[in-house]
Design a protein around this ligand. Structure first.
Ligand SMILES: [Zn+2]
Length: 883
């Protein structure tokens, strides 16, 4: 392919980068608006809570009357107490304050409510004295809302009847929507909970139940009393009142009893989670050398849930799709997802619950570590998943895309109002956090890393941590283990957490027989704005690893944050041998090479690509194709690298390639060269498609199955290769005519087969998919069918689906709206319809989502962002900007 044929791509890649940057900067600008401070004054701090809540789960009266009694330490003499409260009606006349030692009451003058700041202030007629303890109590009524936050209600159908449950989601920070409290992560206390319920229901909370007593004056209601918790943050309080059934795990799996809770009709889907969860917990006890401190673990599958799951200590909530597995009907993707989310949440029992970030700006301290340990936790129970092969393409390369924009942000980052705290839970916190933890684990070595984690967790147990607490513990372990590093771990790691972005390492060899040359570092940006006012010096301490032969141990060298470049070390390679940097893509940096080294690598890939590890082949593809987008290497060179894909059979390289090629595919869509591009892609994909085959074999490994989904994605959906499309149509037609049932279709292929048949069919194919979607009770299968339904090319059906998205009777849950919309936006035909829908129905869509902030930010920017992924003309950019 010649240069001018790629030119439309270059121009419009800039359009895409521009619009992505626009969205990110807008999100953060909103986030940074100051509302006058959201922090509590810290003059009094909570010691213990007694909480009594009675969720009324009845249509027409969704409320939660409650009572709270809080013991506080007075740290600084004051005549006012400020606490958090949001959407709660407090009975002002019920507020009582007293000195615990003298039992003297303190008079309340006034209750000041600041809705914007989500703070209430009780003004007193005399002072609370520092050093003394006081008791605060009050009655209130909270809303049992349908916004998937605070104490909220969720619904499901059973035997034709709508059932409700009440459940909590307090992160971040929404405990204040359930009861007035000191809702900051470093204001830890113990919680004694008393939950009211109807006799026909059951309740759960963080701790085991002690006793049940009738509620005076309410015939069908009882109080459940719970043991007092350990000292913890308010966002970790968890409660549920439901008609769920609990399925206990087999007791020999762990000394800690596990119970999986679900709606009664789905108890047969709990086996997988019930089996792996106790074993993962046991592995983490070994990894941290610290026992899980609570007497039990409950895990509940919630029909409506904003996040994937939430790590309430001792009572973890999941989305149904992320917990429930049908051994016959769930895909390998669904199984891995359940294992990973389970690993993630159980990892939080230590990283987050035992040791908590001091403030939300440091939330990476819990999310980065949980994402990292979800890999090793999953690996401990499912070694066949080859999690380490997946880290680079799934986590590191995914955050690289965001962190290469000027509008990215550092890991350590704050916002100034409570409503925006949710936006801190973004891909940077999770995936960059995990990636730099993995990089550190690698340069420390596995044993020093593990021991330093134990040291860190012990040093801040039942308390909070800032970054320096982590670095201090690691440094102590480094010294005890006699490990030699070029600087302290704090010096090395601070630039990775305090600055946004990451380095591009440029390797330039001399080829004069001396093994000479240079290694330099600079910040990698997809696009540099000409009027940037950023004066930060972007340099890092980079642990460089390299090899010229994967059968030998890797070599390493550091470049410091004071050095732009260093001389090349001895590469142990002759001038006609390639060298590769960032072995296993463990470092958080990209690499580019001089032309000759690229040529040597290309030659190697063409002759025997397996000499280079699969992880590094994935790295080469992702690095080079991304660097080409930034015009650092010519696109021809990057595309030359893709030629060897005709020989590639492994999962990680095909994942990296799919991400990069999808992007080019989208950018070329509609341009004259698109057909030529499809021919080129077919040459790469058909050999893989033939190799993996359409039909599944009984001995296929997990990653082989994953690789097949890449092959069919390209062959059926993108390139519409005859053999694939006909095969898919045939299976779907047999399903529609009852020749086969869904049990005869591999769950790993259900989405792709349905997608292809619906794309190439019309109303009957779509309708059949929709009926199967409505009929399915398996959440992960439902998501697959929903995604397949969005593959249609009929614009009126697509429009109809968008209307279903904002209609609560359509059977599509609010939590799945983003998935539906982004899948439609990714469909070449759907994109225009979605753009138009958002432009003309903005107010309606906004009203439907109001209150539902989703997870990781509000829904509206999420919808808008998914539209931008397919923008490839200036007209579409103009249309998007209008939206
Ligand atoms: Zn998490």
């Amino acid at each position: 392919m010649s240069r001018n044929k790629m030119s439309p791509f270059r121009k419009d890649s800039l359009v895409l980068v521009a619009i992505t940057a626009l969205i990110f900067s807008q999100t953060w600008r909103t986030a940074m608006t100051d509302e006058g401070g959201m922090r509590l004054p810290k003059n009094v701090l909570p010691v213990s809570y007694d909480i009594q809540l009675l969720p009324i789960i009845e249509e027409g009266n969704f409320t939660t009357p409650g009572f709270v009694e809080i013991v506080v330490d007075c740290i600084e003499t004051t005549s006012a107490i400020s606490m958090n409260s949001a959407d709660i009606s407090i009975d002002e006349s019920s507020i009582m304050i007293s000195d615990i030692a003298s039992q003297e009451p303190i008079g309340v003058m006034n209750l000041m409510v600041e809705d914007d700041r989500q703070i209430i202030t009780i003004e007193l007629d005399s002072q609370l004295m520092s050093g003394r303890q006081y008791k605060i109590s009050m009655n209130f009524v909270a809303v049992l809302n349908d916004e998937l936050r605070g104490f909220y209600r969720s619904t499901y159908e059973e035997n034709g009847e709508t059932k409700y449950l009440a459940v909590t989601q307090f992160s971040a920070p929404d405990a204040r929507r359930s009861f007035p409290c000191f809702d900051e992560p470093n204001m830890k206390a113990v919680f004694t909970i008393k939950l009211g319920r109807k006799l026909s229901m059951s309740s759960n909370s963080n701790m085991p139940k002690i006793k049940t007593e009738p509620i005076q004056g309410m015939a069908d209601y009882v109080w459940d009393y719970y043991q007092t918790t350990v000292k913890m943050s308010s966002y970790l309080v968890g409660m549920m009142v439901s008609e769920f059934t609990g399925v206990p795990s087999e007791s020999e799996l762990n000394r800690v009893p596990f119970t999986i809770w679900t709606r009664p009709s789905l108890t047969n889907l709990t086996k997988y989670a019930g089996n792996i969860a106790p074993q993962i917990l046991k592995y983490f006890e070994y990894f941290t050398q610290i026992d899980y401190p609570l007497p039990k673990v409950d895990i509940a599958a919630i029909p409506d849930f904003a996040a994937g799951a939430m790590e309430n200590w001792g009572h973890i909530n999941f989305r149904e799709a992320d917990l429930l597995i049908d051994e016959q009907r769930s895909s390998e993707v669904a199984k891995q997802r359940v294992a990973e989310v389970t690993g993630h949440e159980l990892g939080h029992m230590w990283f987050g619950n035992l040791v908590t970030h001091d403030w939300w700006s440091l939330v990476w301290l819990k999310e980065g570590f949980a994402r990292y340990v979800q890999y090793i936790g999953t690996d401990s129970v499912e070694p066949g998943f080859q999690m380490d092969e997946q880290f680079g393409v799934a986590t590191l390369q995914s955050v690289f895309r965001v962190d290469s924009l000027e509008s990215s942000r550092p890991l350590d980052f704050d916002v100034n109002n409570s409503a925006s705290l949710n936006t801190l839970f973004d891909v940077v916190v999770y995936d960059k956090g995990a990636s730099i933890v993995r990089m550190m684990a690698n340069f420390l070595g596995p044993e020093t890393f593990r021991r330093s984690m134990t040291r860190y967790l012990h040093s801040r147990a039942y308390a909070n941590a800032v970054q320096d607490d982590l670095w201090r513990a690691v440094q102590e372990q480094i010294e005890l283990d006699g490990l030699v590093l070029p600087a302290t771990v704090k010096t090395i790691m601070d630039p990775w957490t305090n600055k946004m972005g990451y380095p591009l390492i440029t390797v330039t060899r001399n080829y004069d027989g001396t093994s000479g040359g240079t290694i330099s570092q600079s910040r990698f940006l997809l696009r540099k704005s000409t009027n940037s006012t950023d004066s930060i010096v972007y340099r890092w301490w980079v642990p460089l690893t390299f090899t010229a032969d994967f059968s030998l141990p890797q070599k390493s060298i550091w470049i410091s944050d004071k050095e732009d470049s260093i001389p090349l070390p001895d590469l142990s390679a002759t001038d006609d041998e390639w060298v590769l940097f960032n072995v296993g893509q463990v470092g958080y940096y990209r690499v580019s090479y001089d032309d000759t080294n690229y040529g040597l690598i290309l030659q190697q890939l063409a002759t025997d690509h397996t000499v280079i590890s699969a992880k590094n082949r994935a790295q080469l593809l992702d690095d080079t194709l991304t660097i080409a987008r930034a015009n650092i290497v010519p696109y021809e060179k990057a595309l030359d690298l893709t030629k060897y894909l005709a020989l590639e059979r492994d999962y990680a390289p095909w994942t990296a390639a799919t991400n990069a090629l999808d992007f080019i595919d989208i950018m070329l869509y509609g341009y004259p060269d698109f057909n030529e591009w499809k021919v080129y892609l077919s040459d790469l994909v058909v050999p893989l498609y033939k190799y993996v085959g359409f039909d599944e074999g009984t001995r296929d490994t997990h990653l082989f199955i994953y690789t097949r989904t890449h092959a069919i994605h390209w062959a059926c959906t993108k390139l519409e290769i005859d053999d694939c499309v006909q095969h898919a149509n045939q299976v779907y037609a047999s399903w529609m005519t009852n020749v086969i049932t869904e049990n005869d279709i591999s769950p790993n292929l259900l989405r792709l087969i349905s997608c292809s048949a619906i794309a190439n069919g019309s109303d009957p194919e779509w309708n059949f998919g929709y009926q199967k979607y409505l009929a399915s009770t398996l959440a992960n299968e439902k998501i697959d069918l929903l995604k397949a339904m969005t593959c249609t090319k009929e614009t009126d059906i697509i429009y109809h689906m968008l209307e279903m998205m904002i209609n609560e009777t359509s059977g599509i849950r609010l939590q799945d709206a983003n998935t539906l919309f982004s899948s439609i936006a990714a469909n070449p035909v759907g994109h225009g319809v979605a753009l138009d829908f958002l432009a003309t129905r903005w107010d309606e869509v906004n009203a439907y989502f109001s209150g539902y902030v989703g997870f990781g930010g509000s829904s509206m920017p999420g919808l808008f962002r998914s539209l931008c992924d397919r923008v490839n003309t200036n007209e579409q950019l103009a249309e998007s900007t209008r939206v």
